[in-house]
Design a binder for this molecule. Structure first.
Ligand code: KMT
Ligand code: NI
Length: 180
């Protein structure tokens, strides 16, 4: 995991968009935005599964599934899905992702400056985005990720694209309130 201010240069979303002159962010700085980051290495003796079970128990994540994002696995839907993932949106529940293989970027909006913060994730990275945070996702140049998605009860996958309506969404309002 590496987190840094997104350079905002036009071009392929799959590129790092990392300007080394811009600051990087620590895990603590991310937690100030309500994000949880943990690294649980994918090991051959499957200890990671126990670690995930424990976290799921502690945080009441009752269900999980695995998503494979690649041209091969998604076929016709691939381009459309990538567009949906990269459109700025929020969810009314946490977005919990544990990366099993491959890599990608989660971009989150810094709440006061509205700058994008890019978070690169690879295998073993666990990221929890709070409900109400504006974000987007893209694959990197490897064009492949496999991630476990955890959720509390019914998955609330619905992305609400940013608008004046989402600015007034109770989950958005509660998120901003939680930062004070
Ligand atoms: C989402 O909701 O944006 C996603 O599920 C992104 C892909 S998970 C690696
Ligand atoms: Ni999302």
């Amino acid at each position: 995991m590496k987190a840094y201010i997104y350079d905002n240069v036009e071009g392929d979303q799959r590129l790092p968009h990392h300007d080394p002159s811009l600051p990087e962010l620590s895990t603590d700085q991310l937690s100030a935005y309500g994000l949880l980051y943990q690294h649980i290495p994918i090991d051959t003796d499957q200890n990671w599964e126990q670690a995930i079970d424990l976290l799921a128990q502690e945080r009441s994540y009752k269900n999980r599934d695995i998503i494979d994002i690649s041209k091969e696995s998604m076929g016709d839907q691939y381009e459309a899905k990538l567009k949906i993932f990269f459109h700025e949106h929020l969810h009314e529940d946490e977005e919990i992702r544990y990366i099993l293989k491959g890599a990608g970027y989660f971009d989150i909006r810094e709440p006061s400056s509205d700058q994008w913060i890019r978070i690169s994730v690879t295998s073993g990275d666990l990221l929890v985005l709070p409900a109400g945070i504006y974000h987007r996702f893209t694959l990197d140049e490897g064009n492949y990720i496999r991630a476990m998605r955890l959720f509390k009860d019914e998955p609330k996958w619905t992305p609400y694209n940013r608008s004046t309506d989402t600015d007034a969404n109770p989950h958005r309002v509660a998120y901003l309130e939680s930062l004070r």
